[in-house]
Design a binder for this molecule. Sequence first.
Ligand code: PGA
Length: 254
Amino acid sequence: MRRTLIAGNWKMNPLPEDADQLMGSLSGLKVQDGREVVIFPPSLYLRQAVAQLRESGFSIGAQNVYAAPKGAYTGEVSAEMVAACGARYCLVGHSERRMYFHEDGEMLSAKVGAALRSGLIPICCIGEPQEERAHKTYEAYLYTQLKAMLQGRSVEEVRQIVVAYEPIWAIGTGDAMKVREVKVMAEFLRNTLEVMFPGVLEDVRILYGGSVSASNAQEILLTPHVDGVLVGGASLKFEEFRRILDCEVNHGEN
Ligand code: PGA
């Protein structure tokens, strides 16, 4: 049975005082049994988040890691450092990293490898732009993204990873994908992963991301093949995120 994962990606928000307040509010909650909730604050707040949210059962993750373990890479943070701070997860290949920081397949596969070597679970983000959807070429596009990112991985490693499907046109737009399409996409990705890495079908977790809110989360979390959600904007609003955390989930049933 796959454990449902609800993730909150804070992106480059908020300032320290507001981060204190948000963490303070979250620390008053208790993560329900049978699910995992992961907060992805800016790396600057990682240790604080680990310390403050552990008791309440939250896991913490980094929004990005660099592939090398240490050295002369000014401005970067390694997977090893993130793991040593007590984090359990990292995002890899978020569309904003691909777009603004030109992260390509080769770099992303190195980051996935570095995360796994450091004991972090990578959440591998993929998603097509609007044009690929309009031209109905999104399946090939997503296949290429997955293949590049998971290059060189073993079946055992792929069993541990999480895939977050986030169509780019749905991110931050308020225009989430229709639930019936989310189901089709999650099933397609699960089957594609099974073809690439036979034996992972039952274990690999697939999340949906892109304008998840308190009003659509319930439906998405009960969608077959969907093992959770990656929430951006709505994870910064405590009340809204709390309502998402209160949703019923489908407990890894297909
Ligand atoms: P959004 O962001 O929920 O604000 O659309 C999702 C993401 O980028 O992970």
